[in-house]
Each structure stands twice: as C-alpha cells, then as structure tokens.
Design a protein around this ligand. Structure first.
Ligand code: FAD
Ligand code: NAP
Length: 555
C-alpha cells in the first residue's frame, strides 16, 4: 500500500474531499479509518447524532446481536480485538454501541464526521470526474470517491396502517427507538411483527408488562441463543488464537469460525439426523442452519429440519391451539431469516401473553384498542417490529444520478451491480455490502471489512496510477447478476416472500438480492479481479478528464 503520509487531513469545513463516506455504522467507521490512514482526505456524513448505525437506532428492549461478539467485531486492529472484552456471548445493543464509540475514540474518527447531517442527493459529472453531494439542510460537498456505507437494514419499512392515527397511545418502532428507556411495567402492550426484532422485544418486555398481545402474521422459525456471560478463561483462550479464528471465519461461506459440514440430511439415517439436529439445537443460534449441507437446497431435507423445529415448538408451548398457530408452515425453513431467541416460545406459557393471529383479518386501530376481526384488544402502547426496506432502501432514498441518469431508473427492475460493490453507469460510486454481495447472509462485519479493504486497494491503485474514474462494465455486471441469480435459483431462498427478495415492501421488484456463493468464494473473486488488473471495470485516466487539476496526479 502506498504511503500518503504528509497529505494533510481535511479541515472540518473543507468541502472538497477525496472521499465522502455516508454512514457511521460498522462500515462507515472502518471506511473513514482506512481511507484516512491511506492519506486521503475523507469526510464522513451521518444522519444520527452519533456513531453506531444499526446499534445507534435499534435501542428496543432486548436488542442484541445473534453472532457471537468475539466474531461480530472488527479484526483490522490486533490491539483493539485484544483489549476489548465482551460481557456476554451475544452482546446487547448498549454494549455494541459502547464498542463502536470506543472504536471512534480510539482511532480518532469523530473529527472526520458531520453528524446530524442527511445526504439527500448525489450527482456525478464526468466532465470533472467529481461527485457533488447535496445535504438535506442545504449545502454541498464535492469528492472524487463516494462511498455508500448506508446500511442494508437502516430504512424502516413505512408503517402504513390507515387507522393508526386514530390510536391515542404511543406507537414505537423498534428501529427508531427513543434514546430514553421506555417503561412498560404493568401496561397493556401490543407488538406487531414476529421477525428477529419482534422476538427480542417480546421476550424482554413479557417479563414486566401487564398484558402482551403478540400480533403475528407469519410464524417464524427460531432457535435458542443460549446466551451467557463471557467465561474469562474461554475468552482468553479464544483471544490467544484470534488471528487463526478470524482467518477461519473468512475461509467459510458464512463468515463464522465454524466447521462447515458436507453431511447431507438426506443421506443420513433417522437416528443420525435426530442426533445432529438435537446437537445443533443445543449449540443454538444461526449455525443450526448449517446442521446439514442440503437444508437450503433440497425441499425434502428442509422439511426434516422444519419438522424438527416444529416439534420443538409443540413441546415447549403448553396450550395446543397456541402451539399449532405458532408453527411455521408456509415457507421453507431458513428462506426467511431465521430468528435466534431467548425463551420466545416459552413466553406463550405466561398468563399475561396472548398470541393473536392477524393473517386473515389484519389490524385496525381505535382510540385505545387494536381491532382484529370482531375483537377489540385494549392497549396502552403499540410496538411496530415491522422490519425494513432492506438492502436497497437507504441507497435509493438518496437521489443518485450520473451525467443525468438516475440510479432509481437504472434499478427500476431491481438492483444491478458488479460484485455488489459498484453499479454500471455510476463511476467512483462504491457500495459497502451492496446488493448481490454476501452481505446480510454472512457475518456482516467480516463482509464489511472485506469490502472496505477492496475499495481501499482500488482507490490506492487509482491514486498511484493517475486514474480519475473507475466504472463497472455493463456486460460484466450482467454476467455477475446472472451468476448471482443462478446460484440463488438452485436454492430454496427465492421460494419465500422474504425481505431478501423485497417481498415485504409493496411494489418493490422481486429479485433475490444476496450473493449465495459464500464469503470465501466471493472474497477470492474480488482478490482475483485486483490481481488480474480489474477485468470487468473501465478506468479513465486523469489526463483525459478536462477539468481535473493535474496536480492531483500523485503517482
Ligand atoms: P448501518 O449500521 O445500518 O449504518 C448505516 C448508517 O448510515 C446509519 O447510521 C444511517 O443513519 C446512515 N445513513 C443512511 N442513509 C443516510 C443518509 N442519506 N445520510 C446520512 N446518513 C445516512 N448482522 C450480523 O451480521 N449479525 C448480527 O447479529 C446482526 N444483528 C442485527 C440486529 C439488528 C437489530 C439489525 C437491524 C441488523 C443486524 N445485523 C446483524 C445487520 C446489520 O445491518 C449489520 O451487522 C451492520 O450493523 C451494518 O452496518 P453498516 O455500517 O453497513 O450499516
Ligand atoms: P422482519 O424480519 O422483516 O420482520 C417483520 C415482521 O413484521 C414480520 O413478522 C412481518 O410479517 C411483520 N409485518 C411487517 N409488515 C406487516 C404488516 N403490514 N402487517 C402485519 N405484519 C407485518 O424485520 P425485523 O424483525 O426488524 O428483522 C429484520 C432483519 O434485521 C432480521 O432478519 C435480521 O437480519 C436483522 N436483525 C437481527 C437481529 C439479531 O438477532 N441480531 C435482531 C433484529 C434484526 P410477515 O413475515 O408476514 O411479512
């Protein structure tokens, strides 16, 4: 990597930057750190008043990660990973937010950011090879490289219940939770939505609320987390092998440091299957999905896992009618994001918790109740756990255009990218964990670091080589998208109406938006592209761009 030491860091008010990074979550923080360390002038822009991204916004009761924190954390600094101690196997939101604040302070990243600032538009002009970034509050900044670290789960799905305004009590959204703790003790509360956010909220508030109505449209598959406090000896042992464990995570398809199996459920005996499913249940969490290699490619194998999980639900929930209504049957196990819980099915054995099916009748709101069919459920507060306009929501919320062409037009039939990191027609625009990369079906921190490193190496190549612009070739993009679709079509994922295919947002084009070839295969492909001189990408030399200041050519 070229050493750019000596190039001054930007003044806080200097609006002409080498790079602008939008977002201050895991991705934006690392991108700003990495690019600044290369000597580029970098401005980070974040809508929130502080760092954290997902972990800033999602402060709902019980919010926590579902990948062990020793893995769901940065690997880029050996000192950082050695010095930080996690209190629990799966850290809760406040601890992850503390960690990201620590990272921001430790690497002195805050001074590069403008907080409480929303980007509303960005336009590229090929004549001077610059992005102009428009801020919602007025004002503009310009840059050579625009990096979208805006998050795949950062734009809440619009809450569009026509009668909601009639309800006079407070309505909370898990992904926009107030900064102050909300006390639900003794109150009558409804939680609408039974995805990961809903389950964490439900299991946490069920302990103290007077009455809890769980409004369910589609039952989820969920596996226990078996969360526990960190064992200091285990942590010490893990940290003594941290590099090895990080390498192991990067060598898998999920980005977790687990041993991946090639065992097939369909070629195993019934006893072997039962034993392995049971063992995976006891280990808990997302690795359950990898108990056998064929669970997400064969419907028959999938049914076996689904039967196992349904039997668990039936064995936990005491009331047979409630248990029956909690059984997921309408989609393959894992094809909607499986949940990881702490006592979810058990809460339905509490007298103060009722499962309310809303699939048939939907919900209506009155002044002080939720109407489902002919029943009025009196409530003091409503919690929306209704999810996100995932993967593309935050990207398309920004009006992005290049030489007059808009990104929302280019993606009208669904997002098109090359490797999920660039999109044809939009030079020098980089997406961190964008559509058609492993992103949300991987350990996100692993994928974020890999993407930011790829972008940094690419910018280094451009800065050294007197290159003004990089652009994805349309043909290479078509081939990548066909490859992504081909892999997805060989699995059960597209069969579910999930947010992976945009089905949770009315009118969103249906397209499977994640690369399923795995973290390792994907990273190898990205590395190969750099090694082979960027096949599939076009470069524009600085010399051919009319208005570019030649003094920028630092090579
Ligand atoms: P984000 O953390 O979403 O940050 C994006 C930032 O960009 C936000 O702060 C947002 O305010 C800002 N932004 C967006 N648009 C603009 C704009 N126009 N102008 C200014 N600022 C803007 N993944 C895992 O791998 N494991 C987990 O256990 C896990 N748990 C999760 C739990 C929850 C509740 C949620 C919602 C997601 C979880 N995820 C998990 C996925 C999560 O999205 C990633 O792990 C990761 O946090 C994403 O980081 P990011 O920096 O890419 O995006
Ligand atoms: P989600 O998985 O999309 O779940 C949304 C829930 O709301 C679903 O049950 C959905 O029902 C319901 N819903 C949405 N609109 C509705 C409507 N109009 N009427 C009735 N029901 C409606 O969203 P999420 O729970 O926020 O999770 C999103 C993703 O964030 C997760 O999949 C995961 O990747 C991540 N996450 C992770 C964790 C963690 O454990 N670390 C925690 C939270 C979130 P249908 O299924 O019928 O659409």
């Amino acid at each position: 990597m070229m050493d750019y030491a000596g190039i001054p860091a930007p003044d806080a008010d200097d609006l002409e930057m080498d790079a602008i990074v939008i977002g201050a979550g895991f991705a934006g923080l690392y991108a700003v750190h990495r690019l600044h360390s290369m000597g580029l002038s970098v401005l980070g822009i974040e809508k929130a008043i502080g760092v954290g991204g997902v972990w800033y916004w999602n402060r709902y009761p019980g919010a926590r990660c579902d990948i062990p924190s020793l893995e769901y954390s940065y690997s880029f600094s050996e000192e950082l990973q050695q010095e930080w101690s996690w209190k629990e196997r799966y850290a809760a939101q406040p601890e992850i937010l503390d960690y990201l604040n620590h990272v921001a302070d430790r690497f002195d990243l805050r001074r590069h950011f403008r907080f409480s600032t929303t980007v509303k538009a960005a336009s590229w002009d090929s004549a001077d090879a610059r992005w102009t970034v428009d801020l919602e509050a007025g004002g503009q900044c310009r840059c050579k490289y625009l990096i979208l670290a805006v998050g795949g789960l950062s734009t809440p799905k619009a809450v569009d219940f026509p009668t909601l305004d009639t309800f006079e009590g407070p309505v909370y959204h898990t992904s926009h939770w107030p900064q102050q703790e909300v006390d639900f003790a003794g109150r009558r509360v409804a939680v609408l939505g039974t995805g990961s956010s809903g389950l964490q909220t439900i299991t946490t508030i069920a302990k103290s609320v007077g009455q809890l109505y769980v409004l369910q449209r589609t039952p989820p598959f969920s596996v226990p987390a078996w969360n526990r406090p960190t064992d200091p000896d285990e942590e010490k042992a893990y940290k003594s092998r941290y590099r090895e464990m990080r390498d192991k995570a990067r060598s898998t398809s999920s980005g977790f440091a687990v041993d991946e199996t090639s065992l097939l459920a369909l070629s195993s005996s019934e006893d072997q299957r039962r034993e392995r499913f049971e063992k995976s249940w006891q280990v808990g969490g997302l690795p359950f999905g990898g108990a056998f290699a064929d669970l997400l490619v064969s419907q028959e194998a999938n049914d076996l896992a689904a039967d196992f999980l349904r039997a668990k639900i039936a064995s936990i929930v005491e009331d047979p009618d409630t248990a029956r209504r909690l059984l997921p049957t309408s989609y393959p196990f894992g094809a909607k994001r499986m949940c990881v819980d702490t006592g979810y099915f058990e809460v339905f054995n509490q007298d103060n918790v009722e499962l309310v099916d809303i699939a048939r009748d939907g919900v209506e709101f009155t002044r002080d109740a939720i109407r489902v069919g002919d029943r009025d459920l009196p409530v003091d507060a409503v919690i929306m756990a209704t999810g996100f306009d995932a993967i593309t929501g935050s990207i398309l919320k920004i009006r992005i255009s290049a030489d007059g062409e808009s990104l929302s037009d280019a993606w009208a039939q669904g997002p098109q990218t090359l490797l999920g990191v660039m999109t044809a027609g939009f030079p020098n625009l980089f997406l961190v964990t964008g559509p058609a990369s492993p992103s949300v079906l991987s350990n996100m921190v692993v994928s974020i670091e890999q993407h930011v490193d790829w972008i940094a190496e690419t910018l280094d190549h451009m800065e050294r080589g007197g290159i003004a612009a990089i652009a994805a070739q349309p043909q290479a993009q078509r081939e990548w998208m066909a490859h992504v679709a081909e892999i997805a079509d060989a699995t059960l994922f597209p069969r579910a109406d999930s947010w992976y295919v945009g089905a949770n947002i009315p009118g969103k084009p249906r397209q499977f938006m994640v690369y399923l070839g795995g973290v390792k295969a994907y990273a190898d492909k990205c590395a190969e592209i750099i090694r082979e001189g960027y096949p599939g990408f076009d470069f524009t030399p600085i010399a051919t761009v009319s208005d570019v200041d030649r003094s920028e050519q630092r090579a």
